[in-house]
Design a protein around this ligand. Structure first.
Ligand code: IMP
Ligand code: MG
Length: 213
């Protein structure tokens, strides 16, 4: 898809952008996407979405909790009338493997006959997006487009692709810029690869930090 932006095709970055800050080195192996790369790409995505929606009023539906930073940055660049709503879906519990889906927050806005943009943090197996998409389609929007910050195509089990993709990434567990492991690391201003020892340890990230000094 032409809107894809592969991490491997990014221009070389300054060392300060690729180095994990000292406070996070025990848990985060490397920076995969820097804050500057995120900012530039999110702006590009918004520009594309704005053109495609042609100035029509839209309802943006953001999947909690992983989208919080992404959606805040994305809608700031969308210069068209929009309303924002959230759905809550929990799929992972405290692990890194896809599990059963639970809806933790339902949609409140009426989307019937509206233009909808569904936003999630990452398309992994595709189970979450497939399930949420089916639920929203049943409400009969005029049209619906999907947008994800990250796409891990290697892990896909469902036949689904997003209309707008920030970055395609390899099959590695990433955290930061909203993405978590056991509800931690959402606040990192970059997307980083988690050291496998953090999720293999089966202890809390806080304890891993303590063990690593
Ligand atoms: P899927 O249903 O398997 O596509 O998974 C989608 C959800 O799993 C995302 O919304 C994330 O919350 C979570 N997820 C998938 N991969 C990662 C990752 O590498 N880091 C953090 N969360 C992830
Ligand atoms: Mg999520």
């Amino acid at each position: 898809m032409s809107s894809l932006c592969f991490v491997s095709q990014q221009p070389p970055r300054r060392k300060s952008q690729t180095t994990v800050p000292p406070d996070w080195r025990a848990e985060v192996e490397r920076v995969l996407i820097s804050g500057a790369q995120l900012a530039a790409r999110v702006k590009q995505l918004a520009e594309k979405i704005e053109i495609d929606f042609g100035g029509r009023e839209m309802v943006v539906i953001s999947v909690l909790n992983g989208t919080v930073l992404f959606i805040a940055d994305l809608i700031r660049h969308l210069n068209l009338p929009l309303r924002l709503d959230f759905v809550g879906v929990s799929s992972y519990g405290a692990g890194t493997k896809s599990g059963d889906l639970i809806f933790t927050k339902e949609l409140r806005l009426d989307v019937a006959a509206r233009d909808v943009l569904l936003v999630d943090d990452i398309l992994d197996t595709g189970k979450t997006m497939t399930r949420v998409l089916a639920k929203i389609k049943a409400l009969k929007p005029r049209r619906i487009k999907t947008c994800v910050l990250l796409d891990k195509p290697e892990r896909r089990t469902e036949r689904i692709q997003a209309d707008y993709v920030g970055f395609q990434i390899p099959d590695q567990f990433v955290v930061g810029y909203g993405l978590d492991f056991a509800e931690c690391y959402r606040n990192l201003p970059f997307v980083g690869v988690l050291h496998p020892h953090v999720y293999q340890a089966e202890i809390s990230p806080k304890k891993v930090r303590a063990l690593n000094g």
